[in-house]
Each structure stands twice: as C-alpha cells, then as structure tokens.
Design a protein around this ligand. Structure first.
Ligand code: NBP
Length: 476
C-alpha cells in the first residue's frame, strides 16, 4: 500500500532512505536545509519514483497530507533539536515526527515528552545498515506509542530488509526504546569487530599467516556457526591489496580505530544501569588505546615483552582454537548486550520483546548474523532466561569451545599478544560460573575502612565488625 512521507535531511542517509521509500511506491516529499541537496537528489534519481521537492520548511509541511508523517535524517544532537523546533510549531495534532538519526536515547525521551505534550507523535527510530542499508533495506527500530506505530509502522516495514519473509522492523517500545536498542546494537557491533580483529591478530602473530590467507580462513568460518556480515566483510578487507604499493591493505592503514560515540554511550548507559558489558567496554577502550599514538610510541621503545617466539606445532588445531575463542567471546558479548536491554527495559518501563528484536537484527544491520535466529529462539522458548549463556544451545556451544578459548587466551598472554576482548569474555564467563567470588574480601575491606557493613552467608541482616576495637561483630 503506497503512502506519503516527508523526509528532511538529504545527506547520504536521508537521500538513500528517500530513494528506498520512493522505490517502494510511496510519494516522498523532500526537504533539506540547503536546497542544493534536494535538487541534486531529484536530478540524479528523480526517475526512481514520486518525489516532491520543497524549498522551505513551511512549504514542506503544507505539502504533506494529514496526519503528516515526517522523518528527520539530520546530524544527531543540536541539529535535530533545531529541526524539531522549526517543524513542530507548524504541525497539527496527530501528526507524526520520526527521528531516524543516531540520537542519544535520553534525548529521544526528552523530545517524546515535549512533543507528546503538544499533541504530536514522536517516533525515535534506530536505523542500522549504513548507507547501503538505507537504500536497499535497513533494520529499523522504531520507538514511541503503539498508536504512532499504527500510523507509520507499515511504511517503515515496507522499506526494511526482509528475512524469511519477515520485515526487519518492529515496534520496539515506548519513548526512547528504539534509540536505546540501536545504541546497544552499536555497542555489540564494537565488541564483535574487536573480537574479529583479535582473531586476525592471533592468526597473524601466532602462525605468521598473511592477511590474504587469514581472509581465506574468515571466508571458511563464514560458512559455519560464525556466519555473519562482519565475518564476510572481514574476508574481503583482509584479501584486499593496496593498488599503490601492492601491500596488503591492512598494512597500509594507520592502526588507530576511530569512533563516533555510540559505543561510548552504550558503556556509559551500562554503568548507570550496573550491567557488566565488559566486552563492549573493552572494545571501546581498545579503540581508545589504539589512538594514543604518543604513549604507544614511548612504550614500544622501553616496555619489555616475554621474549618468546610463539611456536605452534599444530596449525589447524590453533586455527580451530581461535575460531572457538571467537565464537564463545561473541556469545558473551551478545549475552551482555541483551542483559543491558533487559535492564534498560526494566529501568525505563519499556516492554521490549527481545525475540522480535533478535529477529529484526537478522537482516539489514551491521551485526546481522545467522546465530541471531538462535537468540530469537531462546527468548521465545525461555522468556525468563537469566542469561543467554545458560540456555542449553549456547551453554553446549560455549563449553564445546572452552578448551580452545582458554588455550588461546593463555597463549596470547604468554606470548605478549593483547586480547582484551577474548580475555575479558573468558573472565566474565568464569566470574559468572564461580561458586564463590573474592567480592567477600572487598566487602571486608569496605567495612574496615568505611563501616559500609556486609551480609553473612549464614544469617539474615547487615553486620559491621568493630575493626578498630576488639574485632567483635555488631548488627548494623
Ligand atoms: P549527517 O549526519 O552528516 O548530517 C547532515 C545533514 O544534517 C544535512 O542534511 C544537513 O543539512 C543537516 N543539518 C545539519 Br548538519 N545541521 C542542521 C540544522 N541546524 N538544521 C537543519 N539541517 C541541518 O548526515 P548523514 O550521514 O546522512 O546522517 C544522518 C543521520 O543518520 C545522523 O543522525 C547519523 O548519525 C545517522 N547515521 C546513521 C547511520 C547508520 O548506519 N544508521 C550511518 C550514518 C549516519 P545541510 O545539507 O544543509 O548541511
């Protein structure tokens, strides 16, 4: 069913989304702050569908039929507020304003409250898949009221990626829920990429394989449990040769990973929620470390390593161990990301269907992976599962690979290869399964220096030891 929609913000993402909408038979009313982008889009792609260019915000709003449906695709932060402030006063009750940018979810909560008070619908919409996804079918994570989703859901579903006949778009939950899960998606993406990079580094340093050979290993892994978009493109990047020098592409690129901020937001939110997303945090910090060029240069000169040469007899077994470490660590990262979603939903009062979310991440988005089918199944079969790791399938898969995982982490430590992602994932796994944690000692220390009290394993209540006196225990 064709519909009408307005798109404002026609840089690469907005223009591609507008084209996707037009190609699906919708009439797309166009607007951009500077008219040149609108004109360029119509000139280059006007024949792809029904575009209606407009020059001013007033013209844009007037051209749209009520209830108006508008998607904002501008830079996140102040530019998004500026656009909302300009458009909202011109809208009428029941109109729907969507923000498809990478907004911080707390901004979306604030905007939803303000616009709802004005009688408007606001749909903070996470869109994943980059430029290519925007054009050919992204994964779409709309938040907001159920009533608003009734108005714009079919439109969004019509342009989303499709997996097994299902659109990769679902109503995630009220208010900032859509942008919240998009943020966690990006955090998981950070962790996934860090783990992939560590696997590459281990194969290179442990076995002396060339990037192209490692690309072949990744292509092979992409046919099994690890099958995913990121593994697929890793093979492509590793096999790529620099045209100018003939060197492997990865050898001519500066080894400093940049970030736009969504990984950092994920970790900041996880700290607020008290959820240990250690895999995502390590990935964010590993990028930060890579960017500290001066410190790295100073350390390279003077810090000694173990002075060993990694001597691996059975190359195939090592490759398999790295694969196992990658898979197990990846399961941990996804488990942690879904924990954050569970906690966030609880904290902010959103009803998020995690199975539906896993299903819409199977296509269109950067973390699309075959094993999201498994994750969706877990949340369907066991909605109360406390962690993905205890589900039968993932428990069996991780425990089957645990030997290789441990060998790889131990070998990396012995031979001086940094594996913050693999190592922290393994520590998290061991921390979860430990019968006793040394946290009891930390409680003792806190009680001694700060009288913070503690609980006992053998009776109810809180207690304090009179450390400075005779060491007797008193109820707190
Ligand atoms: P940019 O993030 O580069 O933003 C450029 C657009 O914002 C232009 O249309 C520009 O208008 C407009 N704009 C700015 Br800047 N300030 C404005 C203001 N004060 N008032 C009105 N318009 C203003 O574009 P993009 O890379 O296409 O990204 C669009 C959104 O999508 C962003 O929020 C981004 O974070 C998100 N994004 C998502 C993905 C993904 O994978 N999901 C990828 C990339 C981007 P002008 O032409 O007049 O300067």
């Amino acid at each position: 069913m064709s519909d009408q929609i307005g798109v404002t913000g026609l840089a690469v993402m907005g223009a591609n989304l507008a084209r996707n909408l037009a190609r699906h038979g919708h009439q797309v009313v166009l607007h951009n702050r500077s008219q040149a982008r609108t004109d360029a889009l119509v000139e280059a792609h006007g024949s792809e569908g029904d575009f209606v260019p407009t020059g001013s915000v007033a013209d844009f709003v007037q051209t749209l039929q009520r209830p108006r449906k508008i998607i904002i695709m501008v830079k996140a932060g102040a530019p998004t507020d500026a656009v909302i402030d300009e458009i909202a006063p011109l809208l009428e009750e029941g109109d729907v304003l969507m923000d498809g940018g990478n907004a911080l979810f707390t901004d979306t909560v604030r905007r939803t409250e303000a616009l709802t008070a004005q009688g408007l619908h606001f749909v903070g919409t996470g869109i994943s898949g980059g430029e290519e996804g925007a054009l050919n079918g992204p994964s779409i994570m709309p938040g907001g009221s159920a009533e608003a989703y009734e108005l714009v859901g079919p439109l969004l579903e019509s342009i989303a990626a499709v997996v097994d006949g299902e659109p990769c778009c679902t109503h995630v939950g009220e208010s900032g829920a859509g942008h919240f899960v998009k943020m966690v998606h990006n955090g998981i993406e950070y962790a996934d990429m860090q783990l992939i990079a560590e696997a590459y580094d281990l194969l290179r340093q442990g076995l002396g394989m060339s990037p192209a050979e490692i690309g072949d290993v990744f292509a092979d892994w992409n046919t099994g449990d690890l099958s995913s978009y990121l593994i697929e493109i890793t093979a492509q990047v590793l096999r790529h040769t620099d045209a100018e020098t003939g060197a492997p592409f990865v050898d001519v690129v500066v080894d400093e990973a940049e970030q736009k901020g969504t990984g950092r937001w994920t970790v900041q939110s996880a700290l607020d929620l008290g959820v240990p997303v250690s895999g995502i945090a390590e990935a964010v910090f590993a990028r930060a470390l890579s960017g500290h060029r001066e410190q790295r240069r100073a350390a390279q000169q003077v810090l000694p390593g173990p002075g060993t040469t990694w001597d691996i007899d059975d190359r195939d077994a090592f490759v398999e161990s790295v694969r196992q470490a990658l898979y197990a660590s990846k399961v941990v990262a996804y488990a942690q990301g879904f924990d954050q979603i569970t906690q966030g939903a609880d904290q902010y009062g959103w009803d998020i269907d995690r199975a539906a979310l896993a299903r819409i991440w199977r296509g269109g988005c950067i973390i699309r992976a075959d094993f999201l089918d498994r994750i969706a199944q877990v949340f369907t079969d066991e909605p109360d599962v406390t962690t993905l790791l205890t589900n039968d399938y993932f428990r069996a898969a991780v425990s089957a690979g645990q030997e290789g995982w441990r060998q790889v982490v131990a070998g990396a430590a012995r031979n001086g290869v940094p594996v913050p992602g693999f190592g922290s994932a393994l520590s998290y796994y061991d921390g979860l399964r430990a019968e006793r944690l040394p946290a009891s000692l930390i409680q003792g220390l806190r009680d001694l220096f700060g009288a913070h009290t503690y609980q006992r394993v053998d009776k109810e209540g809180s207690f304090h030891t009179m450390w400075g006196e005779d060491g007797r225990e008193v109820p707190a």
